[in-house]
Design a protein around this ligand. Sequence first.
Ligand code: 13P
Length: 257
Amino acid sequence: MKRRKLIAGNWKMNGSHKANAELVAAIAARAPELGLVEILVCPPAVYLESVGRHIGNAAVALGAQNLCEQAAPGAFTGELHGAMLAEVGCRYVIVGHSERRALYGEDDSRVAQKFLAAQACGLTPILCVGETLEQRQSGQTEDVLELQLGKVILAAGIQAFARAVIAYEPVWAIGTGHAATPAQAHEAHAFLRGQLRGHDAKIADSTRVLYGGSVKADNAAVLFAGEDVDGGLIGGASLKAADFLAICVAAQARAAG
Ligand code: 13P
């Protein structure tokens, strides 16, 4: 099955009205020639609505970086319900990013709740999984991936992955400039797809698995060459239009080839 490439920019806690407007204008201008790629930007929540206005009718999707796990709105100071994110134009939301797991105490069960909360509001969750350096060095990579993905499959059911994206983000590659080698990425992606296949072959064939962790203009093509790599979740390089667009061009070339 042909899975449409997805290039997602996770802006993390970066941006300003001025910088966002310039970045979105540059991406939107090139979107028509990148039609084989789905382009997504995930700004900080406070900018979602204005970034949505900058996108206008351009073929660029909007996503959030996080949401509250609660099923209903209410007394949860500082939190954002999925329905609110959907109302301001989000189609996607990142869940379980390693920074949220490591810095904000999100465990697998909280991540699974967020995945469910996203889908209940019609948002497509981008579920991030990935091992730390210590886990990789002690040979636990596959165990970690199996557990992180398995917890969500258990909570949501395998059919929920018809409306979800997985992002393999090895923690040691995030923001370090040391991306996984193509072989390491391809191995992990094949493993994750194999986990899905153990439950449902159709879901395994249709679910997109993105790679994230120091994707740059100069390594995107080799990382995307892997059969099971369906695009990227881009941090630092998503903040510069030229870099982000070069990564989109690499994905477009892969999709066309
Ligand atoms: P970098 O591309 O900056 O390594 O970040 C990756 C990431 O965490 C995307 O979610």
